[in-house]
Design a protein around this ligand. Structure first.
Ligand code: C2E
Ligand code: MG
Ligand code: MG
Length: 743
């Protein structure tokens, strides 16, 4: 039974006082309730016992004159009553016995000692009653001389004291069992540790503040050896997860450190530091106290600690498991799963109000670091990036590592503006001995009010990211729903393209290229055609990017090249020699390690002159991954193949790369040819032709539709031309006829 069910517990003294205090310091007294209908008995008893001090406490007398009155008092004051001197015969013959019975049975009150007194021996209760109601003594009033009364009182107070102590331990143990059970349900280290502090405080009946600290390790996802606050209650609650030093309390820092070092409890009048250890999982529990912990409580705490230490170990193991499942092992950031959980936990209305955005940061060409400098350098780079992100955004932005080289950030629009994030990556990162520059691409998805799952939000940002990767003019994109429609459309198209390619439905058409002076055909460009069921064609401008995106371009590109070589050798066999065929090459083809061999193989198999094959690459391909492109082209150039830069003038060629590339020809983009009318951008065409001459390269004008365009380009000194004015792209059979017609 807990004392709290009594209305007034001001009389409750749960502290077990020892004999060290002087009389003046006696704070408490023993409550003695005298129950008798005879007024005189009250005053006699009081007089007889007035000077008595038992275990340093005086007696304090309370009076009741009937069984009913006594019960009222007992109900009110409960276990704080030490002794009840109870008359048997009052309003009824057994009024006193009824008080005892009700008190023990109905109120369940076990602590107060009962001394029965009766006027006549004949009213003595039976032995069974004395046992049943736990009555300490039975005396007739005449028997109770002062000295007898005193000894009875002293003996009874002793037994009251013992009962109190036992009871208190029992309450304590019940609390231990209950609080341990609570703690076992707690699976987070933080929750568990908060619980420990609160439960110990309630165990010792104090409203103590406190902290639980442990040395960093796997549990804390921290790499240093510092001591951290795992959980806290009361005034320390705000220090959770911080370093112990941050508490700015030298005493706590010192004693917690001592406790962990010496592996033992520290008890002082003002505070207590408890040592917890289970299979090596150690912690120190610091409790700020308002007064010293009693011996009984110390014992209780020990029992409590040993019963929860297994729980502490469990919660740590659980935490480690959770870490393994939800933390990225390298950066210790939340991993993809956990990041999705974080996105799931978003409250859309609040997130929208706070203008929350999700950003994916993709490190461009991260694989080059791994391949070129080794995985360790790659890992160090990722750690350096993590560190910079954490330093910059601290707690304002939530982070995760979503993929090998992709980080997810969740924060406000203003914190995560594209230019701010990009700026963060301006200076290089230190990865071991290397100082590595890093370029990034960003995919944004604003958090919307609709109930979108975390995985879908991630998908949205990913769609934006993929968009951004394809955008040569900007390194970021914001997600828009139309993109998603496009995605489904794209996936359909890719599936269809794959099927049609496998069914050999794709065709290679040819567009003649002429010498601008003689207007004789010097070669042709191979151009892909994808026929539709209604007799039309899907533009390569549409499906080539899809083929690139899906990787299909490797097979398709190889096939185009082989077709072109095959057709060129057929043309030679028909007497059309000294023609050249130009084939467009996409970036993914350069990344393919077999590419160079594949080209050589086609040339050799169809027995064409390597110089009769020209590869067209766009400027953006050159700029994307210069080294791979330069290496492959250099080797092919050695083999004898010609190289042209397609759509020249629309990309971002740096002169530096242009000079490094083994080029033969610049193809002036058709947008500059269309602008040859006076006052237009014609000067660009002129610049390109001049540049070509300076670099010792041939030039060819693309998309020549009108005579004046041809004349203009001729005047500039451009060598060749290709365009509808001469011929549109056509199937191979038509080309053969076309060539025959030109003879
Ligand atoms: P491109 O390499 O610049 O090809 C020239 C494009 O200009 C062709 O469009 C051609 O039909 C068009 N064209 C030619 N003369 C004129 C003209 O006088 N006026 C106008 N307005 N246009 C003209 P097409 O065939 O639609 O090809 C578009 C793009 O698709 C090509 O641009 C090329 O980048 C890509 N492509 C085509 N075939 C392949 C291929 O086999 N592999 C790869 N990787 N890309 C290809
Ligand atoms: Mg081309
Ligand atoms: Mg072109």
């Amino acid at each position: 039974m807990s004392s709290t069910q009594y209305e007034n517990d001001e009389l409750v003294f749960l502290e077990e006082e020892t004999g060290q205090q002087s009389e003046d310091e006696v704070l408490h007294s023993w409550n003695v309730l005298v129950v008798d209908d005879d007024e005189e008995i009250h005053s006699v008893t009081k007089l007889a016992l007035s000077d008595l001090i038992v275990a340093d406490r005086r007696l304090e007398f309370h009076h009741a004159y009937s069984g009913k009155e006594a019960l009222e008092f007992i109900r009110k004051h409960g276990p704080s009553i030490a002794i009840i001197l109870l008359d048997v015969v009052m309003e009824t013959d057994d009024a006193g016995l009824i008080v005892a019975k009700k008190m023990r049975e109905e109120l369940g009150l076990v602590e107060p000692r009962i001394i029965l007194r009766t006027g006549q021996p004949g009213y003595a209760p039976e032995e069974s009653v004395i046992k049943q109601y736990d009555i300490n003594d039975y005396k007739t009033k005449t028997e109770l001389t002062r000295s007898k009364l005193v000894t009875t009182i002293i003996a009874s107070i002793r037994s009251y004291q013992q009962i109190l102590t036992i009871n208190q331990s029992r309450i304590g143990l019940e609390k231990i069992i209950a609080s341990s059970a609570n703690l076992f349900e707690e699976h987070s280290v933080k929750g568990f540790c908060e619980g420990v502090v609160t439960q110990i405080s309630s165990l010792v009946g104090l409203d103590a503040g406190g902290v639980v600290c442990a040395r960093a390790g796997s549990v804390l996802d921290k790499d240093d050896d510092g001591v951290y606050v795992l959980g806290a209650a009361g005034e320390f609650a705000s220090y959770i997860n911080q370093k112990l030093e941050n508490l700015h309390n030298d005493r706590i820092v010192y004693y917690v450190t001592q406790c962990l070092k010496q592996r033992q409890h520290v008890y002082t009048p003002d505070f207590t530091v408890l040592y917890l250890n289970s299979s090596g999982y150690e912690a120190a529990v610091y409790l700020q106290l308002s007064h010293e912990i009693s011996e009984v409580h110390k014992q209780l705490i020990e029992v409590f600690l040993s019963s929860i230490s297994v729980g502490y170990e469990n919660v740590n193991l659980f935490h480690q498991l959770r870490n393994a499942a939800f933390r990225d092992w390298l950066t210790k950031l939340p991993n993809r799963n956990e990041f999705i959980n974080m996105l799931d936990a978003i409250r859309p209305v609040e997130a929208v109000r706070a203008k929350t955005v999700l950003v994916l940061i993709d490190i461009n060409h991260f694989s080059d670091v791994n391949d070129g400098l080794g995985q360790d350098a790659g890992n160090l780079l990722l750690l350096a990036v993590t560190e910079r992100l954490e330093e910059t955004f601290a707690d304002r932005v939530k982070m995760g590592r979503i993929g090998a080289d992709v980080f997810g950030l969740l924060g406000t629009e203003s914190d995560l503006q594209p230019d701010l994030v990009t700026k963060l990556f301006m200076s290089p990162f230190k990865a071991g001995d290397h100082l590595l520059p890093v370029n990034i691409t960003l995919g944004y998805a604003a958090i919307t009010e609709d109930k979108c799952t975390g995985i879908n939000r991630l998908k949205q940002a990913n769609i934006a990211l993929n968009r951004a990767k394809k955008n040569p003019t900007s390194n970021f994109e914001f997600y828009a729903p139309e993109m998603e429609e496009k995605t489904t459309w794209r996936l359909d198209m890719i599936r269809q393209l794959r099927n049609d390619f496998a069914d050999r439905r794709l065709q290679v058409w040819y567009q003649p290229q002429v010498d601008l002076v003689t207007e004789k055909i010097v070669g042709m460009e191979a151009l892909l055609r994808w026929p539709t069921s209604d007799g039309g064609f899907i533009s390569p401008g549409v499906f080539v990017p899809l083929a690139e995106y899906s990787g299909l371009i490797l097979d398709i590109g190889a096939w185009v090249l082989d077709e072109a070589c095959k057709h060129l050798s057929i043309l030679a066999s028909k007497g059309f020699s000294s023609l050249r065929v130009a084939v467009n090459i996409s970036m993914p083809q350069f990344r393919d390690l077999q590419f160079v061999e594949m080209v050589k193989d086609s040339v050799n198999r169809h027995k064409i002159e390597p110089a009769a094959l020209e590869l067209e690459i766009t400027e953006s391909v050159v700029m994307d991954e210069p080294q791979i492109v330069i290496d492959s082209l250099t080797e092919l150039k050695k083999f004898g193949v010609k190289i042209a830069i397609d759509d020249f003038g629309t990309g971002f060629s740096s002169m530096n790369y242009l000079q490094k590339l083994p080029l033969d020809r610049l193809k002036v983009d058709r947008s500059f040819i269309h602008e040859v009318e006076p006052g237009s951008q014609a000067f660009i065409a002129e610049t390109i032709v001049t540049l070509g001459k300076k670099l010792g390269l041939q030039t060819i004008a693309e998309g020549v539709e009108k005579r004046e365009q041809a004349s203009f380009m001729l005047k500039l000194g451009c060598d060749e031309a290709q365009g509808f004015m001469y011929a549109k792209p056509m199937p191979f059979e038509d080309l053969v006829n076309f060539l025959h017609g030109q003879k």
